[in-house]
Design a protein around this ligand. Structure first.
Ligand code: TMP
Ligand code: ASP
Length: 248
């Protein structure tokens, strides 16, 4: 594939900017060093975060594609850029949990760290204005956010991604506590209707606990002021890629 060029800015996100490209079916997504928490209430710039997240998400998406979970990633022209198939994002965020933490612990009074007997799949309505409320299938169907077959696919694919990610992080002595996925409907005529895993899989949207020490290797370090997020992400990068982000 010849790499298309970046065109106009289309959307500014909390940690990514989305541009058009010279190919109408592809978008140019730039990962930035922006860090936010609590729906943008807490903000910082964290050096190297964009590059660590872009490179981690790229190898994970490449391996998922290879193992049969189609993603929006088309190519990576530079360390902080993903060129992606244009999608219409399904406004249902899918969270998979293996261990109780975060909003599940708060909502249901289940102690953080409690192992779940099987993975729990939760849906959240993607709305910054409403702070992404928890919803169920019936809300999604009634309000037209997704069709029944799409919800079935989201649940099935999310559990497959969970199996993959648990094994992936296990290799680096990390326990996958939970993570969030977003999916989209491909818009290119030759792919129309296909559901693609979209957005990103990074420690911003996952919880990763080091086995034994329980040290956090995810954005909870920033949310909860547990240490330096940049150092944490650079250390995660070193473990996964076997080399420092900035050699020397
Ligand atoms: P939660 O426990 O706050 O519901 O979060 C569950 C997982 O989803 C956790 O790994 C962080 C991720 N997440 C996001 O990616 N974006 C969000 O806006 C929120 C609230 C959580
Ligand atoms: N993603 C949300 C934010 O950036 C919430 C969070 O991750 O805590 O503000």
């Amino acid at each position: 594939m010849t790499t298309p060029s970046k065109t106009e800015l289309q959307y500014t996100g909390k940690a990514k900017n989305v541009y058009g490209t010279t190919d109408p079916d592809l978008v140019w997504i730039e990962f930035t060093d922006g860090a936010t928490a609590f729906n943008g209430v807490k903000r910082a710039q964290v050096r190297d975060k964009g590059e660590v997240n872009a490179r981690l998400s790229a190898i994970i998406f490449e391996r998922l594609d290879a193992s049969g979970v189609p993603t929006h990633l088309a190519s990576t022209p530079s360390p902080t850029v993903h060129i992606c198939h244009r999608v219409q994002i399904i406004p249902v965020e899918v969270v998979v949990r293996n261990i109780a933490a975060g909003s599940l612990s708060k909502r249901l009074g289940i102690a953080e760290g409690t192992a779940l007997d099987r993975p729990l799949v939760e849906f959240f309505y993607k709305s910054d204005a409403l702070d992404d409320p928890l919803v169920n299938d019936d809300h999604a169907l009634l309000f037209g956010w997704a069709q029944a077959w799409e919800l079935a696919y989201l649940r099935h694919a999310a559990l497959e991604v969970n199996d993959f990610l648990r094994a992936f992080w296990d290799e680096f002595d990390l326990t996958l506590v939970d993570f969030k996925l977003e999916f989209g409907r491909a818009l290119a005529p030759d792919r129309r209707g296909q559901i693609l895993l979209a957005d990103e899989i990074t420690p911003d949207g996952s919880r990763l606990w080091e086995k034994g020490t329980q040290r956090r290797f995810d954005k909870d370090v920033f949310r909860r002021d547990l240490g330096d997020l940049g150092d944490t992400y650079r250390e995660l990068f070193r473990r996964v890629f076997g080399q420092r982000l900035h050699a020397g």
